[in-house]
Every structure is written in structure tokens, then in C-alpha cells.
Design a protein around this ligand. Structure first.
Ligand code: FBP
Length: 579
């Protein structure tokens, strides 16, 4: 295969590790917190996870780890959607395992969790991993969305793990895949097996985060890639001055990607699904809001603009949310009846009889093309595939007809010409930014230390991410700590709680502070392409979301400096007092 100059160059990049992981392995000691609790439904989860519930949070610190060099056989799975940095998780895991004991082996399951069920795998060796270091994509072993759920699938996974004599399995995935990891850890213990299970927080969506997981990997690179593209479109819009660009951004239910891109590029409008839900905004109200901004800019002769739309928006518009929930349940519970319907007309009639009156009416308002997208197959976790619903086209058609009626009424005098875009797959396999390359490598290495130290049912956790990498901390968080019970496939299931945009959080507040200005005054920012070499402020900056949530490196060092100064002053005073 022909290799680009950048790819060749990225092979040479040496990812940075937290200081504790660069030390001699035998000196990586373990500190454990007290017992933990799940975020919700504690009693039900305690019963479901009798072996793994309530374990302590683990942090690595300077100490002793005499058993860390034991020989290991580990399997690794890439699960769900691609996210930049996945290859580096495997590289970090591989290097850790081999550093621990060169005779240890790493196996990659092919095509996601189904590789474990079917016993389909390859051994990962130097030559293979060296061809994937610091590259995007999941193509080293492939990924998949199969859920290990049925008794047969669980039995088959147990069988493979036993046959391969695996000490551990690492599952690199999002909230649903890590829910699977938690279940697998529990099933292995129930089957009296010693195979450990460790998860790694992956997803460009940024919705797998909490007090212990600062961000999921891939979010940094994906949002920087989309922001580059949005900035390019903004510059085009500002040059041609004749188009409104409606850009849908991937991210599933949560609006973290849209919000981060808005902070990076300052578009005219960025819809935030979580706000739409809180204000119970109907599709009509959203349309009215967009039209009011378009009309205000037209007053200034600016008949152009950029609008960001989170891909999960429709799930948060009250009437659509209820409709989707009813459809999800119907398509799970009455799957056979629904699947027997051979035409859209037949589906429409069946739905008119089975949906509630309100949902039936909401469904009827959708243009046929969009209505069909609401009925597409659910993913294996029972979620509607929001990436396939063309919300950007739906909004363009609603805005277009509203502007026409405003023009008739004399309240809009502009020209409206629009383009729709969907940025999703463009960002999922980009070369990981330095941040993601370092973070992923550290997560993989951390997974190795957790395995070698005997833990199971944990998520690899690397924290303090807005500081330089050597100051990052590493350890593990029990998967059950992040779980609650939710309605899936028509019944209540244990799942890792998704983190949506916090309307009291700093990133959203920073957006709100500027929103009205950006709506009317052209304030575009052009971030340009991700840089891999150069000054720190160009190539080593974390996302705005992370900096606002955790404090930017400069704010942190200023704080640390002022703390040190006041401590020095205090010490001086004390010292002089003593004298
Ligand atoms: P994960 O949650 O598995 O990381 O997937 C992220 C994502 O890219 C979503 O943003 C998007 O809605 C979905 O995957 C698309 O799924 P698919 O890759 O199956 O088309």
C-alpha cells in the first residue's frame, strides 16, 4: 500500500505518557478509594452486578507492583463507530504488555465484538502495530456494532476466552459497548473464570464523560476536523455573500460536537438539542428562531450565514421525541408485524392505528422522504440512527416556506438561497491530533497496568488532561459506577449514563454569552487544519470544552503560580514571625 509522507512522518511520533507510566513498571503502585455507588438505580444494579458492583476507584501512584511483569494473553476489541486514536490505544496496550513481559501476547478480535463471539482473531506483532501507530481509523482489526447479549452469544464469548486462555479482554468503545464490557466482566466471574475485562472510553460524540472521565478519545480530533471545514465554509459564505449553509454535525443525541465547533468557529446559529428540550421548543418555534436571525441579517444586506445543527436534534423536539420513543418500542415489541409491511403506505396505515394520536399527527407533518428515515432499522442497541435523518434538509424546507410567508407579509425582504451539509464520517478517521495520539496511547498503557494489577470491570481513566501530558494522572473507574437503568428495546436495561450538554456548564454558558452577537454580526473564526508540529499553542491545545470545564493550561499555571506566590509569602511571614 502506498503511504503518504504525513503517514510516514506520524509513524515516528513518540506519544507522551503521564510521568507515572514512564517510570519503572514495578514502581507503579495502586491507591484505591472507598466503595462506589452507581449514578442511579443502586438496588437493581447491585443485584444485576453481584460480583462487580461498588468496587473502588483506582489511581496509580509511586509505589510497588511486584506482580506487574507476569506473562499475559490479552484480547482487544474495537467496538462501534470509528474515532481517531483507536490504533494508538492498541499501540499503548501492546507496548505496555511487551514492556511487562516480552513473552506476553496481544490478540485482536476481527470486526468488533462479533470477533469474540465467532473466535475470529489475529495476533498483533511488531510489524503490524508499527504500520498503524498514530494513524486514524480502526482498520488494523476492524470494528462492529454487534451486542453480546443473548445466552448463546455470552456462551460463545466464554468459550472463545477459555479456548484462547485469555487473561483479559480490552473493549474500546462508547457507552453502549462499555455497558457490554461491564456485563461481560460479570458473566466471566459468574462462570468462575479469571478473564478480566477492561473498557476504554471511545467516541467522537463526547458523551462518555463524568467526574472521572474528562473526555472520550476522538472528540478532540473530530471537532477540530469539522471546525476546519466549517471555518472554510464560513470564509466561502463571507466571500460569496449569497448562501445560507445548514450544517448537520454528527454526535448522536448529545450536542457536544456542535457546541465545541460553535466555540471554535463562531457561526451565526448553533442549535443545542438539550436547550431545545428544556425550553420544549417545537419544530415551528425552531423554524421561527432561525427565520428571525435570517431576517435580521437581511436587514444589514447580509443574505448569507452558517447554521450548525446537532444530528440528534429531532430526538429533543418534544413532539418528535415522543414519536421516536413510541416508534422504538413498537419496532421492538411488534417487530414481526412491522417487518411484514412491504410498502411505506402500508407502514403509514399501520402506524396510524398503533401510535398515539399526538405521535400520529407529528408523523403526518413530516415530508415523506424524512418520514421514511424515521422508520429505518434501529442500531443493535435499539437506538434510532440519527445520522440517517436529514434534519438539515427538513429545516431548510421549513425555513424556506416560513420565509416565503414572511415575504408576503412584508416582514422579510432578503434573498434566501441555501446549501445542506452533513459532517460526520469526514472526522472519524482523521490522523489523531497530538492530544488524541497521546491520550489514546496513555489509555492503552493504563489498560495494561489495570490488567497486570488484577482489576476487572473497570474503565481505563487518564485525567488532568488540560495540563501537560507528564502531569496527567492514570487509573481505573469501576464501570458500574457510571450506570443506571434505562428503557431499551421495550424494557428496562442497565446502561452507562450518557452525558448530555450541561446547560449550567461553562462551555454552554460561554456560547450563550456570545450567541446574540454572532447571530447578527459576522464573527467567523477560521481554525484551519490540525497541525502536528510547531508551537504548543498551535499543535497541542485541547478542545475549548475541556479547557472551559477543567481550566486552560495557562489559567492553571497562572493559578499555580499565584498559589505558589501566596504560599511563599505565607512561608515568609511565618518565617519572619518565628524569628
Ligand atoms: P459510537 O457511539 O459508537 O462512538 O458512534 C459514534 C457515531 O459516529 C455517531 O456520532 C453516529 O450517530 C453513529 O456513530 C453513526 O453510526 P454508523 O457508524 O453505524 O453509521
Amino acid at each position: 500500500m502506498k503511504i503518504s509522507a504525513l503517514q510516514q512522518n506520524r509513524y515516528e511520533y513518540k506519544p507522551k505518557l503521564p510521568k507515572i507510566l514512564s517510570e519503572k513498571l514495578e514502581t507503579i503502585g495502586i491507591v484505591q478509594s472507598g466503595a462506589t455507588k452507581s449514578v442511579g438505580d443502586q438496588e437493581e444494579l447491585k443485584k444485576l452486578f453481584a460480583n462487580t458492583y461498588g468496587k473502588p476507584v483506582v489511581t496509580f501512584t509511586k509505589g510497588k507492583n511486584p506482580g506487574i511483569k507476569k506473562q499475559l494473553r490479552v484480547g482487544v476489541i474495537l467496538s462501534g463507530g470509528q474515532a481517531p486514536g483507536g490504533h494508538n490505544v492498541i499501540a499503548g496496550l501492546y507496548d505496555g504488555i511487551k514492556k511487562g513481559n516480552p513473552a506476553s501476547k496481544l490478540f485482536g478480535f476481527l470486526g468488533g465484538p462479533s470477533g469474540l463471539i465467532e473466535g475470529s482473531y489475529i495476533e498483533i506483532k511488531d510489524k503490524l502495530i508499527d504500520g498503524y501507530r498514530n494513524t486514524g481509523g480502526f482498520d488494523i482489526i476492524g470494528s462492529g456494532r454487534t451486542k453480546i447479549e443473548t445466552d448463546e452469544q455470552i456462551a460463545a464469548s466464554i468459550n472463545t476466552a477459555k479456548k484462547m486462555k485469555l487473561d483479559a479482554i480490552v473493549i474500546i468503545g462508547g457507552d453502549d459497548s462499555n455497558t457490554n464490557a461491564a456485563l461481560l466482566a460479570e458473566h466471566f466471574l459468574n462462570a468462575k473464570m479469571s478473564t478480566q475485562v477492561i473498557g476504554v472510553p471511545k467516541t467522537i460524540d463526547g458523551d462518555l464523560k463524568n467526574s472521572m472521565i474528562e473526555t472520550s478519545f476522538g472528540f478532540d480530533t473530530a471537532t477540530k476536523t469539522y471546525s476546519e471545514l466549517i471555518g472554510n465554509i464560513e470564509r466561502d459564505a463571507n466571500s460569496a455573500k449569497k448562501y445560507w449553509h445548514f450544517i448537520k454535525l454528527m454526535g448522536r443525541s448529545a450536542s457536544h460536537i456542535a457546541l465545541e465547533c460553535a466555540l471554535q468557529t463562531q457561526p451565526n446559529i448553533c442549535l443545542i438539542s438539550e436547550e431545545v428540550e428544556e425550553k420544549k421548543m417545537t419544530l415551528r418555534q425552531i423554524t421561527d428562531y432561525i427565520c428571525s436571525v435570517i431576517a435580521a441579517r437581511a436587514e444589514n444586506k447580509e443574505n448569507f450565514g452558517v447554521i450548525l445543527i446537532p444530528e440528534g436534534l429531532v430526538e429533543f423536539v418534544p413532539e418528535m421525541k415522543t414519536l421516536i420513543a413510541e416508534l422504538n418500542d413498537l419496532m421492538a415489541v411488534k417487530a414481526a408485524d412491522f417487518n411484514a409491511l412491504t410498502s411505506f403506505e402500508a407502514q403509514r396505515q399501520w402506524l396510524a392505528q398503533n401510535l398515539s394520536k399526538a405521535s400520529s399527527e407529528a408523523f403526518a407533518t413530516l415530508p415523506e422522504e424524512i418520514a421514511k428515515q424515521f422508520l429505518m432499522d434501529r442500531d443493535p442497541h435499539g437506538n434510532v440512527q440519527v445520522s440517517r435523518i436529514e434534519t438539515e434538509k427538513l429545516l431548510i424546507s421549513l425555513v424556506d416556506s416560513k420565509l416565503k410567508s414572511m415575504a408576503k407579509a412584508g416582514t422579510y425582504k432578503g434573498k434566501f438561497s441555501s446549501y445542506n451539509h452533513f459532517f460526520g464520517y469526514e472526522g472519524r478517521c482523521a490522523f489523531p491530533s497530538n492530544f488524541d495520539a497521546d491520550y489514546c496511547y496513555s489509555l492503552g498503557f493504563t489498560a495494561f497496568v489495570l490488567i497486570a494489577s488484577g482489576f476487572t470491570g473497570y474503565l481505563s481513566s487518564v485525567r488532568n488532561l488540560t495540563s501537560p501530558a507528564k502531569e496527567w494522572t492514570a487509573g481505573g473507574v469501576p464501570l458500574t459506577m457510571m450506570m443506571n437503568m434505562e428503557q431499551r428495546h421495550g424494557s428496562k436495561k442497565p446502561v452507562i449514563k450518557k452525558a448530555l450538554v450541561d446547560l449550567n456548564g461553562k462551555p454552554y454558558k460561554a456560547f450563550l454569552k456570545n450567541r446574540e452577537t454572532w447571530e447578527v454580526k459576522t464573527s467567523y473564526v477560521f481554525p484551519g487544519a490540525i497541525q502536528y508540529a510547531g508551537p504548543d499553542e498551535v499543535c497541542n491545545q485541547p478542545t475549548q470544552t475541556l479547557m472551559l470545564e477543567k481550566g486552560s493550561p495557562s489559567a492553571k499555571s497562572a493559578k499555580a503560580a499565584s498559589k505558589a506566590k501566596s504560599q511563599a509569602k505565607g512561608a515568609g511571614k511565618k518565617a519572619s514571625g518565628k524569628k
